[in-house]
Ligand binder design. Structure first.
Ligand SMILES: [Zn+2]
Ligand SMILES: [Zn+2]
Length: 180
């Protein structure tokens, strides 16, 4: 197993680096960045000014056959699927691909104030959440678990940063002692 973190038009290399390093501590297998180019124009909705995340995942499917393990895409633009106004992220259940948007994880989005630490914590939670779906986990009722659903950023802040014991059992290579 390994995790490939693919920044897509993602300028915040400091955040990417921190996420990769932290995932590398949380999992017992290699985590590194991977280069991936997607057809962003094809996924863009002019009416919504957002990107259709399912289309981006479908595009990535055909371009990542040579990458072993999971592919976690990081983007800074807003995502949607037709039934929701926006998404923090999407993942294939028991699949290879996931995507996390930090667009609505920026504190600036809500209060106009920059908070790099909040951005990092929220990005990590959403990355672990989507990776959890890749590992076959569904949503968890435990608020201390990162697999709890989040309808808004305040719910991301409230929920736990890692998997609860029951969810953790199903995540290969999860290092519980690193999760403190
Ligand atoms: Zn979810
Ligand atoms: Zn759980």
């Amino acid at each position: 197993m390994r995790i490939n973190v693919a920044p897509i038009r993602f300028a915040n290399s400091e955040l990417t680096k921190r996420v990769v390093e932290t995932l590398g501590r949380v999992f017992r297998f290699p985590v590194d960045t991977a280069a991936l180019e997607l057809d962003l124009d094809a996924a863009f909705s002019k009416e919504r000014n957002q990107y259709y995340s399912t289309k981006l995942i479908a595009d990535a499917l055909g371009k990542t056959g040579d990458l072993e393990g999971k592919v976690l895409m990081l983007v800074d633009f807003d995502l949607y699927v037709p039934v929701f106004t926006f998404l923090f992220g999407e993942a294939q259940l028991e699949g290879k691909h996931s995507i996390v948007s930090v667009c609505r994880l920026h504190e600036e989005f809500y209060t106009g104030k920059t908070d790099d630490e909040a951005l990092f914590q929220r990005t990590m939670k959403e990355a672990l959440h989507e990776l959890g779906h890749n590992f076959g986990l569904v949503h968890c009722k435990d608020w201390n678990c990162v697999m709890h659903t989040s309808r808004g950023v305040e719910e991301i802040d409230v929920k736990g940063a890692y998997y609860c014991d029951r969810c953790a059992e199903r995540v290969p290579g999860f290092v519980k002692s690193a999760a403190v």
